[in-house]
Design a protein around this ligand. Sequence first.
Ligand SMILES: *Cc1c(COP(=O)(O)O)cnc(C)c1O
Ligand code: SF4
Length: 348
Amino acid sequence: MEPWQIILQNSITTLDGLQEHLDCDSNALREVIANFPMRINPYFLKLMHHPGDPMWKQAVPDVAEINDRVCEEDPLEEENLSPVANLVHKYPDRVLFLVSNTCAMYCRFCTRNRKVGTAKMKITPETLQAGYDYLRCHPGIREVLISGGDPLLLPDEEIAAILKNLRSIPSIEVIRIGTRVPSVLPMRITDKLVTLLKAYHPLYINTHFNHPAEITAESSLACTMLADAGIPLGCQTVLLKGVNDDAETLKKLFLALLRIRVKPYYLFQADLTRGTNHFRTSTATGIAIMRQLYGHISGMAIPTYALDGPKGKGKIPLTPQYILAQGDTLVFENYQGELCSYPEADCG
Ligand SMILES: *Cc1c(COP(=O)(O)O)cnc(C)c1O
Ligand code: SF4
């Protein structure tokens, strides 16, 4: 076994394990864990310092998960938008292809908690083949986003086989991998994996960091190795109540990501996923945070704040309103709240 596999094997996955390592009433969590699995690996465990801190909230189950009466099982209607199992075709030119059903940690706010980490998510050689066949028959699809679960938890050979199959389809221009491994199990990024990945360019990786404390020597090294292999790195952060829902925390996170060569890509408004209502903030909070970022820090460090529309309507950017009036002259305010104007071009 590789070192990262041993680390993973030593994860907390049971009530007893939780009781042993963390200060919490684990009995109350029995039903919660039965509902959505828990996996707290030793690397991430070390990042937690006290009950309820931002790392804790992301990884440790909470009874609020089973008291959610607001959210839905599949708010993005991914299942309805899947022409074949585990392939979500929502946009004309790109698809989401789920190739793995496990993760290095089960994030308590996971959008796909209806199936990730459970037997409900069946990935087999047949489902993979059905995906390749679908892509081959739909040459309008030029980008495949490989996700899961976490694709980088698959063995190297399986990752290579998936990439090779996708690269054999002439209409696929770009491959994008969505993975939380760099932030939750950075030692999975090995020299061997990086060498394998860089044979399939243009390959992009979008990772997922939510808090500045996730930027460690280990996660920095993982991102550096991937960037050195010529893989452009983006980050998809989820706006989470009690974890990162303030401008100072997000500024720190986004600037730190830039330093490790990761470009903040999306800041997601939390989806309406059953069991995660306690993580949702108002969009007003999110927009106010964005206003404190634009102009104040490098534009390179600023992601698009987006809401993934319920019922599969797609991602909608949520942006502070700077435009005050639009006519012959555009009237707007700048990032410091100063009133400005810009004469429009003569369209006559
Ligand atoms: C988010 C998403 C994509 C990718 O959208 P981008 O805006 O290109 O990042 C593609 N397919 C599905 C189903 C998605 O949810
Ligand atoms: S890594 Fe992604 S897919 Fe896995 S539990 Fe976390 S949010 Fe869900």
